[in-house]
Design a protein. Structure first.
Length: 474
């Protein structure tokens, strides 16, 4: 439950904020605001007197300047796809929506860069890159609705991180409106620039607590000329690690995605997701969705066949199919992206977005599964995720027929026990979803104290009045 409004915002001050963007873009109707107040998993329901929809960086800066002068708290919001409550106004803050900052300013195929505003939807960035015969590799299930500003603010990962890195690795420069109303123009196409601190990385992953990202220059890559996609049945996560190592030995940098999927979560998708079918004839306890990409038009399929054949000889793979068409490859990926949504009809689900060293993934899954099953007999552990970079979504669905509210009441206790296993393997309890409100207290317990104090120092320096996303992260 949200706490009572500590400092309700006076109507005359709301009018001053509305004047910056114009009444048309200052939303106060509560029915229109409702979709922006709910977090995707239903964990949080916020409140706000107003949502501002600025149309350019100068309007964002003016909003921030007035907010700092008057001590008015703000919550930046993009596509509202975040999963840790970071984009929700929990205590009556004003929402600053970036969705009107939706221009692709430039695509420079020669420099392999694209400059976009923060409200551009990720899928549109991918499409614009493809139109220039280039690739922007960030890809995740919410790409049709999430915005690049949100991806940057949470340092999103996605399915191609094994080859291209996470969002931080894909940005060259930023434009940021600071809490005092100044605008930092850090947009750049330069791969080499040693003129001082790398300031952009202060804001990537900061979840809107230090400034509002208004534009970014992103890295593009040559578009692959060949892509091959396979869905393999495997006996165990340890076998998946064997397959991953073999694929890297035989295919090198061509391994662009490597997703681990448990049978339990695949069954949920088969029961509830539209347009999903079992990719293999027989049932297997685990699966790998693997994709290879190459600039060479020839030979990639033979490489993938060689990898799978060798893996079968070593008992890493018990069955596999290679997509025979683009439509079949899309069907494989549709199944993968439906895994999260498919858990909702099964009742309560306690989530863990963790990362451990790749070599420790199998042991982590085994140990954490034992912990959860001991805590809640009959619970259904359904891990899946980005094995190639050690990021696993270790989700636990309620026992069949259990009371959902009662199960979810144990969220914190189960998180704490799973986090102990994560720490045992020197991992992270937040791999790609961020800290937000959900994981703020855990951060205080496990983050290096010196690192925490440096983070607080940056916050005090840039946002001394704590107007930007208060109560999040720190």
């Amino acid at each position: 439950m949200n706490s009572p409004l500590r400092h309700p915002i006076a109507p005359e001050l709301l009018a001053r904020f509305a004047k910056i963007v114009g009444d048309k873009y200052a939303v106060t109707d509560q029915a229109a605001l409702e979709p922006q107040l709910i977090e995707g998993r239903g964990l949080y329901h916020g409140r706000t007197p107003m949502m501002l929809r600025p149309g350019n960086v100068n309007e964002v800066a003016a909003i921030l300047k007035l907010a700092t002068e008057t001590g008015t708290p703000l919550v930046p919001q993009g596509g509202n796809t975040g999963l840790v409550g970071g984009q929700i106004p929990h205590d009556g803050e004003i929402i600053v929506s970036t969705t009107r900052l939706d221009k692709i300013r430039e695509v420079d195929a020669t420099s392999n860069t694209m400059t976009v505003e923060s409200g551009v939807v990720l899928a549109k960035i991918q499409e614009a890159a493809a139109a220039a015969d280039r690739l922007f590799p960030l890809s995740l299930g919410a790409e049709g609705s999430c915005t690049i500003g949100g991806n940057l603010s949470t340092n999103a990962g996605g399915t191609s991180a094994v080859a291209y890195g996470i969002t931080r690795d894909l940005v060259i420069g930023l434009e940021v409106a600071l809490p005092d109303g100044r605008i930092w123009n850090g947009l750049s196409k330069l791969k080499k620039d040693n003129t001082g601190y790398d300031l952009k990385n202060l804001f990537v992953g900061a979840e809107g607590t230090l400034g509002i990202i208004t534009a970014a220059t992103l890295k593009l890559f040559p578009r692959p000329r060949a892509v091959e996609t396979a869905f393999a049945g495997i006996p165990s996560p340890r076998a998946a690690l064997g397959l991953l190592n073999l694929a890297r030995e035989r295919a090198g940098g061509s391994v662009t995605s490597f997703e681990l999927i448990s049978r339990g979560v695949l069954d949920m998708a088969l029961r509830h997701a539209h347009g999903v079918r079992d990719p293999l004839a027989n049932v297997h306890p685990w699966y790998v969705l693997m994709e290879l990409s190459s600039q060479s038009r020839e030979g990639l399929r033979a490489t993938l066949e060689d990898v799978l054949s060798s893996a079968a000889e070593r008992s890493f793979v018990t069955d596999a199919t290679i997509a025979a068409s683009l439509d079949q490859a899309k069907a494989f990926w549709h199944l993968r992206f439906m895994l999260t949504e498919s858990q909702k009809p099964e009742g309560g689900s306690i989530k863990h977005d963790i990362s451990v060293p790749v070599a420790a993934v199998a042991d982590f899954i085994a140990d954490a599964t034992k912990v959860c099953e001991a805590m809640v007999p009959g619970c259904r552990v359904v891990p899946f995720g980005h094995l190639g970079d050690g990021n696993i979504h270790f989700n636990v669905s309620q026992p069949i027929g259990a009371d959902t509210a009662g199960f979810l009441a144990g969220w914190g206790a189960m998180n704490a026990e799973v986090d102990k296993v994560v720490m045992k393997y020197h991992g992270s309890f937040s791999a790609e979803h961020g800290i937000g409100k959900l994981k703020r207290e855990t951060l205080k317990k496990v983050k290096d104290p010196v690192a925490l104090e440096m983070m607080r120092a940056f916050k005090r320096t840039l946002d001394p009045k704590n107007i930007l996303n208060p109560g999040k992260m720190l």
